[in-house]
Design a protein around this ligand. Structure first.
Ligand code: AMP
Length: 210
């Protein structure tokens, strides 16, 4: 079975950032389900049309569609996979445990209030998808991507009611997975309030030892 590393945490806890850094370090494939769905939406594919309204509302996409997306995005001959944003439901966690060797689950802990203010401050590049944050990672020129020069936008589900729904969904569905993975002895809990590079160095050391 393929080795996998999972990042669990509330929206805004920095799962994507840490998953990307760890993927560069390990050569594992980084799979972010939200990004893959957004890619399908911007392509206008059948799948994209099916999930657009669900994602904009801040609801979870049904498990079967998520499993199909995971299957179809696997790179051949990869030494392992880093999932961020998967699993989010007990059924997804069972799927993961049945199909993969779960090497580590990093739970990034952040309060609900901090998560909401980080999400509200989040901006993404409409061109290359790079992430920014008006509090912690401002672009050098307001509203413009440092990397490709395209406009920065706010995701439709990073506003108002959709944020509340997503945070609620996290506590209803995803939070309980922490206990499940604790029992499997693969869980490491870390504070998401520390600087990105400190968190990265803890995770890198842990994975090298493990
Ligand atoms: P994210 O970018 O991780 O915040 O995900 C954006 C949206 O994609 C979520 O609010 C869900 O609608 C959908 N999504 C992402 N990952 C999953 C998942 N594992 N299960 C169901 N829906 C998901």
């Amino acid at each position: 079975m393929t080795d996998v590393i999972v990042f669990l945490g509330i929206q805004g806890s920095g799962k994507g950032t840490q998953a990307k850094l760890l993927a560069e370090e390990t050569g594992f494939q980084h799979i972010n389900i939200g990004d893959l769905f957004r890619e399908q939406i911007s392509k206008g594919s059948e799948l994209g049309k099916k999930v657009q309204a669900i994602i904009t509302r801040g609801d979870l996409v049904e498990d079967e569609l998520v499993f199909d997306l995971v299957q179809s995005s696997l790179a051949p001959d990869c030494p392992g996979i880093i999932f961020d944003g998967f699993p989010r439901t007990p059924a997804q966690a069972e799927y993961l445990l049945a199909h993969y060797n779960v090497k580590r689950v990093y739970y990034l802990d952040l309060s609900e209030a901090d998560a909401i203010s980080r999400i509200e401050a989040r901006r993404i590049c409409s061109g290359c998808g790079e992430n920014y944050n008006l509090i912690s990672r401002r672009p050098s020129q307001e509203g413009i991507c440092d990397i490709c020069g395209a406009d920065l936008i706010q995701r439709a589900d990073d506003t108002g009611e959709a944020i509340r729904k997503r945070v609620n969904e996290f506590y209803m569905q995803t939070f309980q997975l922490k206990e499940l993975f604790k029992q499997k002895a693969a869980l490491v809990e870390l504070s998401a309030s520390q600087p990105i590079r400190d968190l990265k160095s803890i995770i890198t050391k842990d994975i090298q030892l493990g």
